[in-house]
Design a protein around this ligand. Structure first.
Ligand SMILES: Nc1ncnc2c1ncn2[C@@H]1O[C@H](COP(=O)(O)OP(=O)(O)OP(=O)(O)O)[C@@H](O)[C@H]1O
Length: 421
């Protein structure tokens, strides 16, 4: 780890202890029950030969009617082989998936809204962190940008400090994040910084795409324990995970097993092995339940199986789920009365941005300067940056989310035009 020179932001946080920090992380502000019923997602693909210019349009079904529910205080882990639809489902539940999405997804009985967006944290698989900023700087700048003006600057800094303490990042808080060319904090610490960025808004609903990928089992355990503790504060946590150890597997309150867009199991993690043995699939030797059910999701129930047998195993597990668990789950979902949620928050009370344009400009400017503190500047370089920043800013100026695709297309066209020149 490369310690960076202590910046003024850290000077503001150094005298504060965790006990002085606001206790925002003890309880979720507005507990959220997430229900999803018969979620279907289809995409259009073009099938064409190597020499063909025009191909045939085909429809591919990625999610084939997925149902489930997560309540405050619960962690739902979505497991399945690569390409089974975990990230697609997570993105859909996080309100980030456009296109042909069918079925129903509700948050306290209501559709996704601006109000819910502001109570939702989403940690994607590939984190976008600035390599030359320290852990403290990263979290303080995010805090200054994302927390509303009802907090003073000092309170925003305190929130960042509280997150650092809560996520066990105190020992590396003055180390730079690092990247491909510069050594910085470890993979686990980096992941915790990404989680911390979302924790700053004290989300009631937290989505994480593979928060443990590439980490050793002890670090993975530490991250899942943190998420488990967060759920204890009345939060709803949903994550995708590739191959959890058995220790981790039993920490999940609920497990959703996917195979090629179908559900094979939804229920308590501790009940998974019992369920699969009740439908005729038990491991021959004692093994990690996650490994066993992932084998089943690939259609592997014993060694030396042919491809055709694997297809049959998957089909039998899909129909076993439909006849044994699906109806019970639907009945459980019906029992939850959507009118019980006292969700008085009105979408109108949530503005478009938490901070003003000028505040954002100042914070981003300061962050940009700190990020480049090791660079030497020439007048030409500064001029270039200002021109590009103005052009990019104009492109997004007062933009509507519905025009996002047009703007991205213009950016890509400009990029290719530049390459062509
Ligand atoms: N926009 C898209 N265009 C084409 N194919 C897509 C698109 N979105 C998803 N897919 C396909 O849908 C399937 C599920 O993708 P998804 O990323 O959800 O899988 P996953 O279970 O998260 O996989 P992994 O564990 O490897 O991340 C994959 O076969 C993927 O190629």
């Amino acid at each position: 780890m490369v310690p960076a020179p202590a910046p003024d932001i850290e000077a503001q946080t150094n005298n504060k202890t965790a006990t002085e920090s606001p206790g925002i992380f003890l309880k979720a502000n507005r507990p959220v029950t997430l229900k999803f019923e018969e979620v279907v997602y289809k995409i259009k693909t073009i099938k064409r030969g190597l020499l063909e210019r025009k191909g045939k349009s085909e429809e591919k079904v990625i999610l084939k009617g997925i149902t489930g529910m997560v309540q405050p205080g619960e962690v739902l882990a979505m497991l399945g082989p690569s390409g089974s639809g975990k990230t697609t489902l997570l993105t859909a539940l996080g309100g980030k998936l456009g296109g042909q999405l069918g079925g129903s997804i509700t948050y306290n009985g209501r559709p996704f809204s601006n109000a819910m967006k502001q109570s939702t944290g989403f940690v994607s698989q590939d984190d976008l962190l600035h390599p030359h900023l320290t852990v403290t700087e990263t979290l303080v700048f995010t805090s200054l940008l994302r927390l509303p003006n009802s907090f003073t600057k000092e309170e925003k800094v305190q929130h960042a400090e509280a997150v650092i303490t809560q996520l066990g990042l105190t020992s590396c808080k003055n180390s730079i994040i690092g990247g491909s060319f510069v050594r910085g904090v470890s993979g686990g610490e980096r992941k915790r910084v990404s989680i911390g960025q979302e924790m700053l808004i004290n989300p009631s609903l937290l989505f994480l795409d593979e928060p443990t990928s590439g980490l050793d089992s002890t670090t993975a355990q530490r991250i899942v324990s943190t998420l488990w503790e967060l759920s204890n504060g009345g939060r709803t946590v949903v994550m995708t995970i590739h191959q959890p150890s058995s220790r981790l597997f039993y920490m999940f309150h609920k497990v959703l097993l996917l195979s090629e867009g179908n559900t094979l199991y939804f229920g308590r993690g501790s009940g998974a092995m019992e369920y699969f043995s009740s439908v005729g699939y038990s491991p021959l030797v004692a093994m990690n339940p996650a490994d066993f059910i992932l084998d089943l999701a690939n259609g592997v129930s014993s060694d030396d199986m042919h491809h055709e047998d694997q297809i049959l195993v998957k089909e039998s597990l899909v129909s076993a789920y439909k006849s044994n668990l699906a109806d019970k789950l639907k009945a459980e979902l019906q029992e939850i009365n959507d009118n019980q949620f006292q969700d008085g928050s009105d979408a109108k009370q949530f503005g478009r941005w938490s901070t003003t344009w000028w505040q954002q400009f100042c914070v981003l400017f300061k962050r940009g300067v700190k990020e480049r503190r090791q660079d030497s500047f020439s007048g030409l370089q500064i001029g270039e940056v200002v021109v590009v920043a103005c052009l990019s800013g104009l492109l997004w100026w007062q933009s509507d989310v519905s025009h996002l695709q047009d703007q991205v297309t213009i950016l890509i066209s400009l990029y290719f035009a530049q390459i062509g020149d």
